[in-house]
Design a protein around this ligand. Structure first.
Ligand code: ZN
Length: 99
């Protein structure tokens, strides 16, 4: 099967994709568990999310800035491993290609 391209998604599309458990995990990680290479530590104040992508594996990739040092950070959420999430992400791709 051909891999789909990486696409940028907005926060509304992200909200549609994440179920309750995924959402809680996502927010926990954003606030507590993103590594900042500039601080050389976990971004203790959390991060400011600038861009969200759906990767070719239907994982979620977040780019943002550390709230302590304003350095660039990125984090991958491997939600695409989950079959239900993967299918939901494909449906979102279909819908967004219509617009
Ligand atoms: Zn930092």
């Amino acid at each position: 099967m051909k891999k789909p391209p990486e696409i940028k998604i907005n926060k509304f599309q992200l909200a549609v994709l994440l179920d309750k458990v995924n959402k809680e995990f996502y927010h926990f990680v954003i606030a507590n568990s993103v590594y900042c290479s500039n601080c050389n530590a976990i971004a203790v104040e959390g991060i400011e999310v600038d861009e969200v992508f759906l990767t070719d594996l239907n994982d979620i990739k977040v780019r943002g800035r550390c709230r302590v040092c304003n350095g660039e950070v990125a984090r991958l959420f491997e939600f695409g491993k989950d079959r239900e999430f993967y299918d939901k992400a494909n449906k979102l791709r279909d819908l967004s290609s219509l617009t």
